[in-house]
Ligand binder design. Structure first.
Ligand code: IPM
Ligand code: MN
Length: 350
């Protein structure tokens, strides 16, 4: 029997609740589909930082390298650790260290979920560059705290980094509806974004079967509200992708439904799966977090691990549950109720 070795990092706040929910579903799927999972839990979090002075121990990255996949709940507890410290101490270094350059985020309405828009027919796959661009961390501050203080943060775009994320997006379009929208702001940012557009045209030439459109980020924000059904694969830089995928989450009914995968396409390291939402300190510990984004992310993990049938079964179970109105309205069902309903649907497919 095939065993998948998983590193679990539940993290902070509701990250813990939704990781438990997602793992219960993964274990049930494993039982039903003839594979096993061996999960190792790491309590790396803001609480860990308060105790030890670091989000993860020294050598944490090397510890993770040996796993088949990483599952992460959420990171952040700003009351005790500033977000810029906690995220740069755990989530962001993992994305970079394992070359998880493709952050994949699907945006569509699950059955029974209404969302705020008139249009319900959209099915968008956002591909966000996940290792460089505006998140490169290149910069500094001088004259700190003085009236002449200067802060500089440089976005870095490399040809290798831009080309590989675009190729990834075009490959995805090939197995979807054959359309890529590449998002920049090349009318204002005349170096990096003009460069991105140029590379997009070069890559597009290798994919004559895929149609391509260049769009500015501001127009894209409007398009995702006014005509999301016209979009298929959307590819963008790290920061633009971050912003657009919260918009994507909003139109799919909220962050409780937004799943994501941080993929290392060359397989040199493990990929990481996490819901888009954060640790939500306001509802932490109340048992009311929606686990659907987390369970959907786990389905993406199963697919990545080659457990395609199990992944499809988990998605079908999620959809059977939302179609009945379970988990579709904030706060109406508890985390446990939604998870139990999904587990039940998994045992008895419709
Ligand atoms: C996300 C989050 C992170 C990001 C934060 C927490 C650093 O917003 O995964 O979208 O910006 O990448
Ligand atoms: Mn975000």
């Amino acid at each position: 029997m095939k065993t998948h070795r998983l590193a679990l990092i539940p993290g902070d706040g509701i990250g813990v609740d939704v990781t438990d929910a997602a793992m219960a579903v993964v274990e049930a799927a494993a039982r039903n589909h003839g594979f096993s999972v061996q999960a190792t839990r790491f309590d790396w979090s803001c609480a860990h930082f308060v105790q030890t002075g670091a989000m993860m121990p020294e050598g944490g990255i090397e510890t993770l390298r040996g796993f088949d996949a990483i599952y992460l709940g959420a990171v952040g507890w700003p009351d005790t650790v500033p977000d810029a410290v906690s995220l740069h101490g755990l989530l962001l270094p993992i994305r970079k260290a394992f070359n998880q350059y493709a952050n994949i985020r699907p945006h569509r309405l699950l059955p029974g979920v209404e969302g705020p828009l008139k249009s319900s027919g959209f099915d968008i796959l956002c591909i966000r560059e996940n290792t460089e661009g505006e998140y490169s961390g290149a910069g500094g501050r001088v004259h700190q705290g003085m009236s002449n203080e200067v802060a500089v943060e440089t976005a870095i775009f490399t040809r290798a980094g831009v080309e590989r994320i675009l190729r990834f997006a075009f490959d995805q379009a090939r197995v979807r509806r054959g359309h890529v929208t590449s998002v920049t702001k090349s009318n204002a940012q005349k170096y990096s974004m003009v460069f991105w557009d140029e590379v997009t045209r070069e890559v597009a030439a290798d994919y004559p079967d895929v149609t391509m459109q260049l769009m500015h980020i501001d127009a894209m924000a409007a398009k995702m509200v006014m005509a999301p059904e016209t979009l298929d694969v959307v590819v963008a830089s790290n920061l633009f992708g971050d912003i657009l995928t919260d918009l994507g989450a909003a139109i799919q009914g909220g962050l409780g439904f937004a799943a994501s995968a941080n993929i290392c396409p060359d397989g040199t390291g493990p990929s990481m799966f996490e819901p888009v939402h954060g640790s939500a300190p306001d509802i932490a510990g109340r048992g009311i977090a929606n686990p659907i984004a987390a369970i959907w992310s786990a389905a993406m993990m199963l697919d990545h691990l080659g457990e395609t049938t199990a992944s499809k079964a988990v998605m079908a179970a999620i959809e059977a549950v939302t179609a009945k109105g379970i988990g579709t309205a904030p706060g109406r069902h508890s985390t446990d109720q939604i998870t139990t309903a999904i587990l039940t649907a998994l045992e008895k497919p419709a």
